[in-house]
Write a protein that binds this ligand. Structure first.
Ligand SMILES: Nc1ncnc2c1ncn2[C@@H]1O[C@H](COP(=O)(O)OP(=O)(O)OP(=O)(O)O)[C@@H](O)[C@H]1O
Ligand SMILES: [Mg+2]
Length: 392
């Protein structure tokens, strides 16, 4: 997903006094002054850390650094890793990490930049390795993939950096070493410090090389403000399950969507599942707005729901109907969807024709549906709403 459009003040008003350059921290100060965001000391400090990245990537030489000579040299020599390769923002849920990264990203003046959900990026890396393997029987294909990635973007911004999968864990150290050697600069958001990633995972010792790499070459910045801004927004709505459908319900969902995305511009997200594309038309800032029909009246299954649950921290679902016995397939899909959202701690805001316990009163699997009802109840609790999203 690309960064969304956020209303920001004109850069000319936000020049940093000392350097004369418009920095992310100066922009943040301006947004606070304009009342667009609330002042938060931890965020202001994180923005100062992003200033360093900003100055590095907006240097006119940055995009040219991987020129012909350095390419020739790197084919014979093993290039040194630059000391500073980017910033790793981490902290609890709703502290504004993605928001800060988006503000920074929009300001960066270079073309070769990319913002991507980390889960989607790793999927893509594996797919590219696979594609190269179809062409050649060569074993070490990661450098080829990194060449492609580095040609396409010299600044990579990753949202929701998490590691759960052993195949990811095993290649991360090499992948990032190669990216850094190519001069790629990285900014990430995560709920965990690098040393706490992949806790208890298979072959964790091998993953530790990645932790060392990150700690040595990235500025690790904790954002530990006292406020979970997302929870505040959700609490302001008093409910996340709106037990009726129609115009009022739609308005309620619309207000929730605007608040959670800070009215960022919506765009479609193409979710790739086993070579198929599922398009979600209305998405922004990690939030997807869908209808019940879109997700449960089409032949989608667990794999599709899993990808959606990985990519979005919040799903807004409109018009969940009362399901009659003939709608057993729709009911079954809804059960699978809710199970998947629940397992990934995706927040659900929805409108439904009836309270959860009255949605599927009779029909195949209506007894098992009770578990879904219980999950729907739990997903409305403050405890659930403040849990971190799990994106694998
Ligand atoms: N200082 C602030 N003033 C007003 N709104 C804010 C502020 N900081 C964050 N928000 C809003 O709070 C919500 C949560 O912020 P964001 O999504 O950036 O959190 P996060 O740290 O990335 O959370 P997670 O760990 O779940 O990914 C967003 O809608 C964001 O725009
Ligand atoms: Mg985030």
């Amino acid at each position: 997903m690309d960064a969304e459009h956020r209303t920001m003040p004109e850069p000319t008003q936000t020049k940093d006094g000392a350097t004369g350059v418009v920095t992310p921290s100066a922009m943040y100060a301006q947004m606070v002054a304009a009342g667009t965001v609330q002042h938060d000391t931890a965020q202001a400090e994180a923005m100062q850390a992003l200033d360093k990245v900003y100055l590095r990537v907006s240097d006119p030489e940055f995009e040219q650094e991987d020129g012909i000579i350095s390419k020739l040299l790197s084919s014979v020599l093993r290039p040194e890793l630059p000391e500073f390769c980017g910033t790793y923002l981490w902290g609890d849920v709703g502290r504004g990490k993605s928001m800060l990264m988006d503000i920074f990203y929009e300001m960066v003046p270079i073309k070769a930049k990319r913002r991507v959900h980390f889960h989607a990026f790793m999927r893509e890396v594996h797919a590219r390795i696979h594609a190269w393997r179809q062409l050649k029987s060569q074993h070490d294909l990661l450098p080829r993939v990194v060449d492609e990635l580095a040609r396409e973007a010299k600044l990579l911004c990753f949202d929701e950096f998490q590691v759960h999968d052993v195949t990811d864990a095993m290649i991360l150290s090499r992948l990032f070493t190669l990216l850094f050697q190519k001069g790629v600069v990285v900014v990430t958001t995560s709920n965990r410090a690098p040393k706490d990633l992949y806790q208890g995972g298979l072959q964790r010792e091998q993953f530790e090389q990645f932790i060392e790499l990150a700690e040595a070459h990235l500025d690790i910045v904790r954002i530990d403000g006292p406020l979970d801004y997302r929870l505040q927004q959700l609490k302001a709505f008093e409910q996340v399950y709106y037990p009726s459908v129609g115009e009022e319900a739609c308005e309620f969902l619309y207000d929730a969507y605007c608040a959670l995305t800070q009215s960022a511009e919506s765009r479609p997200t193409v979710v790739e599942v086993q070579g198929r594309n599922v398009v979600l038309e209305k998405t922004a800032s990690g939030v997807a707005w869908v209808s019940f029909a879109e997700l449960c009246e089409r032949p989608l299954g667990a794999g599709d729901y899993l990808e959606i649950a990985a990519l979005f921290h919040t799903l807004i679902m409109q018009d969940i109907p009362i399901l009659s016995p003939e709608k057993r397939n729709e009911a079954k899909r809804f059960v699978t969807l809710i199970d998947t959202l629940y397992e990934h701690k995706v927040k659900l805001i929805c409108s439904a024709q009836a309270p959860a316990e009255a949605l599927y009163p009779a029909g195949d699997g209506s007894f098992e549906f009770q578990r879904t009802v219980s999950r729907l109840m739990e997903m409305q609790s403050e405890r659930y709403l403040s849990l971190p999203h799990i994106s694998e």
